[in-house]
Ligand binder design. Structure first.
Ligand code: ADP
Length: 476
């Protein structure tokens, strides 16, 4: 299962290239993976285009049956699937199991939702004319996803696209291919017809280019950096490729002075460092009301210092390694830059002596920074919690919105008026009020501004893979 999956079979890449997969917690090689290029991608798109002719004409009930069997397979094999996710990503085992559960839920939810892709009948202004609107599957979909959620990221797009009647050519991140292999395996066991689901791991730029060049591929669903999102937008005009983009974030967290400071500080220490901060909606810029800043700062520092760092299989671990050495080096150099910008590291920020191997950093809390600092301006994607303060509602909103990103924002207050007014004035696609997980299988997830376009999950996620068609009948 370390090969490509094209037209219903596991095969090597055309030019037989392979690469080593590393465990980020031990730096051990855990497998050799086939490495695809643009040629493999064109072959996969051809297979998916042929399969689309029949898959798109099956009923939503037939598709649902297969997707629900895949969900069952995932649930029945959750233990080994989660273990492989820990090995490839380093995340704690409990987080990996939780992620696989959500992936299974996505397949089940979209299996049901596609049965409800209702159109509409429109009353016309002429007695001899009738108008209706129907939804139809778009065609072959390219799905390019990031490593931070090896099962959840692909599952959101694959489940919705397949349920809609589309066929898929997927390219998950090279750092975490094992979860994608398992998900394809689940679909294969469930009886997905050949060519409907295809999997490539390999040269990202070459595969991305092949998707943009090939007119048979109608849309790319992309989860990743704003940098690559822009490259895809540039290339999309070549063959009119549609795009759904789930890009970077830089989420503000506004904590007002009417909350239980200890409880929020404790929860913040866990929420900020979930998946090591490598989350696009991760709470990042902590803006604390000036009246509670000192108290919050000392409490959150205490709780963050107590987080346990280690490999994902260790009992009681809260924070695993970063995904690669490159990612760790970039977080360490960001911390060095922060010190030059007058940042004061209240805890962590160094490489622990134990575990001796792996890409670990102790979770850091940083204060003393202003709105122009790097930690306020750029997406961190690592274990740093920067603290800032605000004076009043207007100041809080101005600082929160002062970013090119617009994915998620968080508000903590017990005042209903504050909660409503602040949430309506925030320029973000997702606002969490008094909660750290403002998302769900059934809810639309998408960013404003440089954070992307389109939505994943919820019924909106289904229609991303369907075309609207007006059928107008005259002369009746
Ligand atoms: P991250 O910083 O989260 O790794 P990237 O945008 O670099 O974000 O990667 C997200 C996904 O995009 C991965 O699957 C990666 O292989 C892929 N990718 C990277 N560069 C390109 C590219 N030029 N064209 C298409 N996909 C790319």
């Amino acid at each position: 299962m370390n090969q490509l999956f094209i037209n219903g079979v596991w095969i090597d890449a055309v030019d037989k290239r392979q690469f080593d997969l590393l465990n980020p917690a031990t730096e051990d090689v855990i497998g050799q993976m086939s490495f695809a290029n643009g040629k493999d991608c064109h072959i996969a798109i051809d297979a998916a285009a042929t399969a689309f002719k029949t898959w798109s004409r099956t009923t939503a009930y037939v598709r649902a049956d297969i997707l629900k069997k895949a969900a069952t397979y995932i649930r029945e094999h959750i233990e080994p699937l989660a273990k492989d996710m820990v090995s490839e990503s380093g995340k704690p085992l409990a987080e990996a199991k939780g992620e696989w559960t959500v992936a299974a839920n996505l397949f089940e939810w979209y299996a049901e939702e596609a049965k409800r892709a209702y159109g509409k009948i429109i009353p016309t202004n002429r007695p001899d004319k009738r108008s209706s609107v129907i939804w139809q599957p778009m065609g072959v979909i390219g799905v390019i996803t990031a490593w931070n959620f090896p099962a959840y990221n692909p599952a959101r797009a694959w489940a919705a696209a397949l349920a809609a009647g589309c066929t898929v050519v997927a390219k998950p991140a090279e750092d975490t291919p094992l979860s994608a292999f398992h998900m394809v395996n689940a679909l294969n066991h469930a009886g997905i017809p050949k060519g409907v689901m295809n999997l490539l791991i390999g040269d990202a730029a070459a595969i991305g280019d092949a998707m943009l060049d090939n007119p048979l591929l109608k849309k790319i669903s992309f989860t990743g950096s704003t940098r690559v999102g822009k490259l895809l937008m540039d290339g999309a005009s070549r063959t009119h490729t549609k795009l759904s983009l789930e890009l970077g974030g830089n989420a503000p967290v506004l904590i007002f002075d009417d909350v239980d400071v200890d409880a929020i500080a404790k929860a913040a220490a866990t929420a900020r460092f979930r998946n090591n901060g490598q989350v696009c909606i991760a709470p990042q810029r902590f803006y604390i009301h000036k009246n509670i800043y000192k108290e919050f700062s000392s409490l959150v520092t205490k709780y963050v210092s107590a987080l346990k760092v280690g490999g994902g299989f260790e009992e009681g671990v809260n924070v695993g390694p970063l995904i690669t050495k490159k990612q760790r080096d970039s977080v360490l150099s960001l911390l060095e830059k922060t010190k030059k910008e007058n940042g004061v590291i209240l805890t962590g920020g160094d490489v622990p002596s134990q575990p001796a191997k792996g890409y670990f950093i102790r979770p850091a809390v940083v204060s003393g920074l202003d709105q122009n600092s790097s930690l306020a301006r750029q997406e961190i994607f690592g274990p740093i919690l920067p603290l800032f303060s605000f004076d009043d509602i207007d100041d809080a909103i101005a600082k929160a919105n002062d970013t090119e990103y617009g994915l998620a924002a968080f508000v903590f207050t017990n005042n209903l008026k504050t909660a409503v007014h602040v949430s309506e004035r925030l320029e973000f696609g997702i606002v969490g009020i008094n909660e750290w997980a403002p998302h769900g299988t059934e809810s639309p997830f998408g960013g404003w501004k440089y954070s992307g376009q389109g939505h994943e999950s919820g019924s909106e996620g289904l229609y991303e893979y369907m075309e609207k068609k007006l059928i107008s009948i005259g002369g009746l």
